[in-house]
Ligand binder design. Structure first.
Ligand code: AMP
Ligand code: MG
Length: 413
């Protein structure tokens, strides 16, 4: 019981117990943030046809070779091609077609002269197409033309499995005509709190009671990470109430039961007892601060993670252990933390455990500088809300001077 397990080892043990949740097809409109379960390849060339990248005149480049401002080359206009239309004919030597950005380049033409380089000068103003156009500057073949397949070729890989779809990814899929995509379903995470001292905001704070804040924090974080949250509320330190919550989590087909507190060796901690009656449980003392007590197990077949009860411990426990699990459940590759190397703006002392300190990181002249954001007591949410980073002091390091370099996990989006 006195053995401390490393953060790394606990995380590895936890992660092996999880695999990505099943997949489903979702309409493209609902695909934001969902994680692709298979790679996507382009069903056709994009752009699907060669088109103009400018408003101007489609020409045969060779015709424009002698053009200059003093001696324009005059071409006969034979077609008007607004975006969305198409010219069936062909451009022959001495001819041009008025063309708008995005319109298909007509057969025969191999370049576009921007309107600014013609006798018309300014941009098109809605006037009728002239019979002739004076070209003031030569163009080369391919100028101002976007060839079919310039962006992606039919069959080319576009998005890989494990991509959390961003708006621009969905835009790409839309431009390739997809109406739905195959993604992982949303993992279902049940969250509850336990403790006789806890009441809900809105209820009377009678002597000895505090408001439950952990489940608010954990629900928010879980949602932020792209999972479905199922709020199971509060249980007293009472085996029947605790058991009822676990049963509800099973009924809700949770992929993870997430909780905080109530798993120490305190006489009133029933979580352990309830889980052990229906599954298995490991109680670890992790070599970290805050968040040393960590419970991991299964109630029936549903994995359970019990974080330390102090509010900052629960928050740090989420960042260290839960977030990587949720990413894995969602079908994402191993978590890449958003982190920077920061130099400390003050001396730092710890007890030698791997420490996650609340800090404010600012950047000046390309250098990140970290200062602690207040009292580091594990119950103190105020110093957490003033922090924008967790500054990580490796285990075994007890004191650091000003200017030491540490990894800082950035907390804010
Ligand atoms: P425990 O793990 O039950 O011994 O709780 C450790 C500390 O965290 C105690 O001070 C609890 O009052 C506090 N605590 C436990 N759960 C919550 C919660 N849901 N919200 C706020 N504080 C809590
Ligand atoms: Mg308690």
């Amino acid at each position: 019981m006195s053995h401390l397990i490393s953060v790394q080892e606990s995380l590895e043990r936890i992660l092996t117990a999880f695999s990505p949740v099943e997949t489903e097809a979702v309409p493209l409109r609902e695909a934001y943030g969902r994680v692709l379960s298979r790679p996507v390849t382009a069903p056709f060339d994009f752009p699907p046809f060669t088109n103009s990248s400018m408003d101007g005149f489609a020409v045969i480049a060779a015709d424009t070779l002698p053009a200059s401002t003093d001696k324009p080359v005059w071409l006969r206009t034979v077609a008007d091609i607004p975006a969305g239309s198409h010219f069936d004919g062909s451009i022959r030597p001495g001819e041009a077609a008025r063309i708008m950005t995005g319109a298909p380049l007509p057969e025969g033409a191999d370049a576009v002269v921007p309107v600014e380089s013609t006798h018309i000068g300014a941009r098109f103003d809605g006037s009728a197409m002239p019979e002739k156009v004076g070209i003031l500057q030569p163009v080369s073949p391919g100028d101002n033309v976007r060839p079919r397949g310039q962006d992606v070729r039919a069959g080319a890989p576009v998005l890989s499995a494990g991509t959390a779809l961003r708006p621009q990814d969905i835009g790409m899929l839309a431009s390739l005509g997809f109406t739905s995509v195959e993604v992982h379903r949303l993992p279902r995470i049940t969250v509850f709190s336990t403790g006789d001292e806890l009441v809900q905001p809105g209820e009377d704070l009678t002597p000895g009671k505090i408001y439950d804040s952990n489940s608010y924090v954990l629900r928010g974080l879980t949602r932020q990470s792209g999972c479905q949250v199922i709020d199971l509320g509060l249980a007293k330190d009472d085996p029947d109430q605790v058991r009822a919550l676990f049963e509800e989590a099973v009924r809700q087909q949770a992929d993870l039961i997430l909780s905080s507190a109530g798993v120490s060796v305190g006489a009133y901690d029933y979580v352990r007892q309830v889980i052990e009656s229906e599954g298995k449980l490991s109680l670890w003392r992790v070599n970290m601060r805050p968040g040393k007590p960590l419970t991991f197990g299964r109630y029936q077949n549903v994995p359970f993670l019990g974080l330390a009860g102090n509010p900052v411990s629960a928050f740090v426990g989420y960042q260290v252990f839960v977030l990587p699990v949720l990413q894995k459940l969602r079908g994402l590759p191993a978590l890449q933390r958003r982190s920077v190397k920061a130099v400390t703006g003050e001396p730092i002392r710890t007890d030698g455990r791997e420490s996650y300190l609340r800090a404010r990181v600012t950047v000046e002249g390309g250098i990140y500088r970290a200062v602690l954001s207040g009292h580091q007591g594990s119950g103190n949410l105020f110093s957490l809300i003033q922090a924008n980073a967790l500054l990580i002091v490796p285990s075994g390091v007890k004191s650091l001077p000003i200017g030491a370099e540490l990894v800082a996990w950035l907390l804010d989006e």
